[in-house]
Ligand binder design. Structure first.
Ligand SMILES: [Zn+2]
Length: 64
């Protein structure tokens, strides 16, 4: 049995929030395009492995 399933979630590249939604209607066809409910960023969102989201957020913080 393969018990481990990798889950990917979209994370905002600006604030690191995973509180995202699909982009505006015009560009909904583009699957990578999302909108961040936290900071209002709209654009291409990287998909991050769920277990690595915290790491991703730390990286974002270090940049500032
Ligand atoms: Zn954001």
């Amino acid at each position: 049995m393969n018990g481990e399933k990798k889950e990917f979630i979209r994370v905002c590249p600006k604030c690191g929030s995973d509180n995202t939604t699909a982009g505006s209607l015009l560009i909904q066809s583009s699957s990578c395009f999302s909108y961040c409910k936290s900071c209002g960023y709209e654009g291409i969102f990287p998909e991050v492995e769920k277990s690595k989201v915290e790491k991703f957020k730390k990286m974002l913080r270090r940049k500032r």
